[in-house]
Design a protein around this ligand. Sequence first.
Ligand SMILES: Nc1nc2c(ncn2[C@@H]2O[C@H](COP(=O)(O)OP(=O)(O)OP(=O)(O)O)[C@@H](O)[C@H]2O)c(=O)[nH]1
Ligand SMILES: [Mg+2]
Length: 338
Amino acid sequence: MFKQLFGLGKKGEESPNPAQTPQADAPQSAVQEDATGGLQKLKSAVSLTGKALVGKIVSLGHADGRLTEDELDEIEETLIRADVGMDMAIEMTEHIRKNPTIHSQDKLRDFLRSEFSGILANVPEATRLKHQKGKLNLYLVVGVNGAGKTTLIGKLANRFRQQGEKVIIAAGDTFRAAAEDQLEVWAQRAQVDLVRLDKADSAAVVFEAIAKAKAEQADVLIIDTAGRLQNKFNLMEELRKVKKIIDREAPADIVYESLLVIDATTGQNALRQAEVFHEAVQLTGVALTKLDSSAKGGIIFNIAKQYHLPVKLVGVGEKIDDLRDFDPHAFIDALFEL
Ligand SMILES: Nc1nc2c(ncn2[C@@H]2O[C@H](COP(=O)(O)OP(=O)(O)OP(=O)(O)O)[C@@H](O)[C@H]2O)c(=O)[nH]1
Ligand SMILES: [Mg+2]
């Protein structure tokens, strides 16, 4: 089911030259292949989780004989710490406890690999970010403050612009004074158009942005939103309004995604927000950021198992090229490559 490899953006430093022209022969798909530098970056991002999760558990395996109760407890704790979720941690440890034939290092590794692969294979939707040439591709980006929304938008905008697409980003976070300026910096870096309206609410910004996207036949519109308002109720009300404007104003045949941005370093806590956001905007997927600085990448299994939401994008650094499409196989390979 999951055939594609991580689609890798071009590897390199942030573009130092804003006047750089887009590559005329860039691939048309949302996914770019680059099997060298890009994959290396992913591997090093996943390696923190790999060592803390797979490395730790496998190291407890025995050449012969059974795991002790203390060692089994340590396996359970390791799974919990990596944020795979309490239920999964208990279930997996129980399975290991009952099956002494898998208490060797090799067998433990095989068991973990097949469990983790199975969980990701069960996510119902394809993991690839939806994208279609010739249509308006609209991405609404939501998540708690500091999760990495604005950065993700900059990276994504840059990727599509490099592929020769017309991209507009909309400063829908009108609550925090500096938010629009921050998005403006990203618009310049990515060399894309920005819609910002000072002293307006986000629904008005989104209205304007959709009107511009239609008038200019844009290929991509990405909408930034606030991570915090006066309170959670107001935030969700605002997001609902934004969603209503999209439903009303966008062309009927748009390609649409509502992406929840989750900070991999805060793991489990951020995940609890998923339901609230889902209720407001009907999420279609997750972008997991800061994988490069987290040993809690096990959250990916938790998201898949509990929320049945596909992880579509992974942030592996702060730079403009540090974005990867999520591919379960490549993620598992990286996780087990120690
Ligand atoms: N290491 C690392 N840092 C990241 C990544 N993505 C974002 N960041 C950093 O996380 C911090 C917060 O990112 P923002 O994009 O401002 O987050 P936000 O969700 O827009 O925050 P609010 O606007 O406050 O709601 C910044 O310092 C980013 O550089 C990533 O993939 N890896
Ligand atoms: Mg922001």
